[in-house]
Design a protein around this ligand. Sequence first.
Ligand code: IPD
Ligand code: CA
Ligand code: CA
Length: 277
Amino acid sequence: MMDIRSRLEFAKKIVRNSSAEAVKAFSNWKDLTITAKGAQDFVSEVDKSTELYLRARIQEAYPDDGIVGEEFGRTNESANLQWVLDPIDGTANYISGVPAWCIVIAIVEHQQILAGVIYDPNCDELFSAQLNEGAFLNDRKLSPKKEFTIAASTLSLGYSGRTTTKPVVAVINEIFKLGGVFSRNGSGALSLAHVADQRYSGYIEHHMNAWDCLAGQLIVKEAGGLIEDQNAQEMIALGGRVIVGWPGVFEQLLKMANDHFGEDDLVRSALGKSTHP
Ligand code: IPD
Ligand code: CA
Ligand code: CA
């Protein structure tokens, strides 16, 4: 039996440690060196240095495990345990001085997500979960409290250049028709963590990559929320749609996705890409 608990504790430690440099550079965000990867898709030197830091720590501690990171691709693909890293989720915010970004690690075994960590250094909020062991915000256990409706809550949604705008507009229309409102905070992982803590009633996005969503999906599920389960290996290969939420909202988001998220709306050439394959 692989020791997931100690890996989760290790992941919590390294996301906190890696955030020190990222926070320092963020205080001088106008001086960051930024490169465009695609339409509205940017990378700063801090995305890269944070991922390199995380990769080095994981390799030292768990040399037999595999690593998949947004900026530096995949190593040790055949390993049972894979660490899936997003060094900065919410890069558009990070490079613009908006304090809505986080550092994300998921640990998966075959198709299953075993552990997830999302750290928001701006609020010192560390969301974490281990499969079947519950979800936590720092030391507080997250637990289901409420029944939600779309008309009396705020949804969160995401979109990127990996899809056309058509399904996004259709979903926003549906939300308005149901009397709902939405937020798009530009950090999908942080939004998923906020669903887990019931700040948002749900999250919907047509396409996310594994590093954006696996940790958050597990955290929502372990908090007692509902998620559309995805095969972690398929997510690592190509990404996929992400729908999570609380009862009363989740079912309606699922219907919106089934009605509006078409295969034709995916920009195939952009799927599953990390910067250094
Ligand atoms: C993106 C953000 C965004 C989401 C996209 C992600 P990045 O990640 O999470 O909110 O809508 O799907 O790609 O580029 O900031 O790491
Ligand atoms: Ca991301
Ligand atoms: Ca990122």
